[in-house]
Design a protein around this ligand. Structure first.
Ligand code: COI
Length: 421
């Protein structure tokens, strides 16, 4: 550490004060990063939130207040372990600063002892959730630009840890906000029973129909890989089959984000392959409720995934340009840059109206991500949402014909969050 001496110039003194501050902050960071995150399962979140009262709500607030800085500290450490040239890349640096600032704010937030404190804490959480809306495009942009500087495995495991941890932090924050809003209300006996942000009887078919409706309501026109807009005549129909009464306890925003992205890709591929045909082959979505999991298969006839830029479908989940050359495609970089600088309010207030008149958030905003078209975020993020509570997502391409996506989500709620600490 530098020391200010009597003979120091004002610049030296400023530098040494900054260095001392960083030294102090890093000691605080060490303290938090030496703690293990306290991972939860969906079932624990439901059990705790089921019979909410003031005492439990205060307990929940203090859990979020003390747990989030631990989770953020681990990720700041991860960022610090990157080569210096990457952390100082402006988009990565922006995320680093957002995390430091959130860490400091959480660390200093006083204990919550009553409902009035909790209401201030909720305002604080909402502001942070909005401030962090551009994190995913910024990280993705920064790491895409730095992709040549990291081996693909390191880059992907870093992104995986960052993104799954971000999902976990937003789940805890949004769950607490939802519990606070529903204090004194019986949300388990409503038409859409839920505890906090967890729907306790999430109707899978209804979510599929909603995503299909939102996507089919978009104006026509599909941008192909060369940036040319193809005038499609319409969007393919979505046929839902299988066990249509399947309901399970899950976070609606996570299921709908994945369905929305998979259907969006399937519609685009089908529209591009068949744009000159008078009728489009439908997309089939099959739902099966197994003993432990809910399985959903989406089959399209959009020609499959073969391309010069990837070797295997799982490369589409990768952030590394060596596995997926489109990561450094100029159009993608430009789109990421726009999303990263714009940000978007991603929390509670954003509403769109569904076909059946129910209000619902747009699935991309609902999942806390700025809306994204052609940025290469949908598939890796869907994979990460699927694995957060131990599910999986696989893509199988029948090149020249179409793609099948297999989504499996655990239905018992007993798996702990898949975050690394
Ligand atoms: C994030 O969105 O990156 C967060 O960490 C959210 C949290 C600060 C509430």
């Amino acid at each position: 550490m530098q020391r200010a001496t009597c003979s120091s110039s004002p610049g030296d003194v400023r530098r040494s004060v900054t260095t001392a501050l960083h030294f102090y902050q890093n000691r605080q960071l060490d303290l938090y990063a030496s703690k293990q995150a306290h991972r939860l399962s969906l079932r624990q979140l439901v059990f705790f939130g089921r019979h909410m009262n003031e005492e439990r709500l205060i307990k929940s607030a203090n859990y979020v207040r003390t747990e989030l800085p631990v989770r953020i500290a681990h990720r700041i450490r991860d960022l610090q372990a990157l080569p210096y040239v990457i952390v100082t890349q402006p988009d990565v640096a922006k995320v680093y600063e957002l995390y430091w600032s959130a860490f400091e704010k959480f660390r200093r937030f006083p204990p919550i002892t009553n409902l009035s404190d909790n209401s201030k804490f909720c305002d604080f959480l909402e502001t942070l959730l909005d401030e962090h809306a551009p994190v995913i495009p910024s990280l993705s942009l920064g790491l895409s630009l730095c992709s040549p500087l990291l081996p693909p495995e390191s880059l992907d495991s870093f992104m995986n840890r960052m993104l799954i941890s971000r999902i976990s932090r937003r789940v805890l924050a949004e769950h607490h906000l939802a519990l606070s809003m529903s204090l004194g209300r019986d949300s388990l006996n409503s038409e859409d029973p839920h505890v906090g942000i967890i729907s306790t009887a999430l109707d899978v078919k209804r979510s599929i129909v909603k995503c299909a409706y939102l996507l089919r309501s978009r104006p026509h026109g599909i941008e192909n890989d060369n940036g040319k807009v193809i005038p499609n005549r319409g969007w393919p129909e979505v046929v839902v089959e299988g066990q249509l009464d399947t309901k399970f306890a899950y976070i609606r925003e996570h299921l709908e984000y994945i369905l929305f992205e998979l259907l969006k890709n399937a519609m685009r591929a089908t529209g591009l392959k068949h744009w000159h045909d008078t009728t489009l082959p439908p997309i089939y979505v099959t739902v099966v409720a197994g003993k432990d999991d809910v399985g959903i298969r989406l089959s399209d006839q959009g020609g499959g995934l073969s391309s010069n830029s990837i070797q295997s479908p799982s490369d589409l989940f990768s952030f590394s340009h060596t596995r997926n050359a489109t990561r450094i495609d100029k159009r993608r970089i430009r789109a990421l840059r726009r999303a990263s600088s714009k940000g978007v309010k991603a929390t509670v207030a954003e509403q769109v109206v569904e076909e059946d008149g129910h209000n619902a958030r747009d699935p991309e905003r609902g999942a806390g991500i700025a809306p994204h078209q052609r940025m290469g975020l949908g598939l890796p993020m869907s994979n990460i949402f699927a694995t957060y509570f131990g599910g999986s997502l696989q893509l199988v391409s029948l090149d020249g014909w179409g793609t099948d996506a297999y989504l499996q989500l655990p239905k018992l709620g007993t798996n702990l969050e898949g975050i690394e600490v």
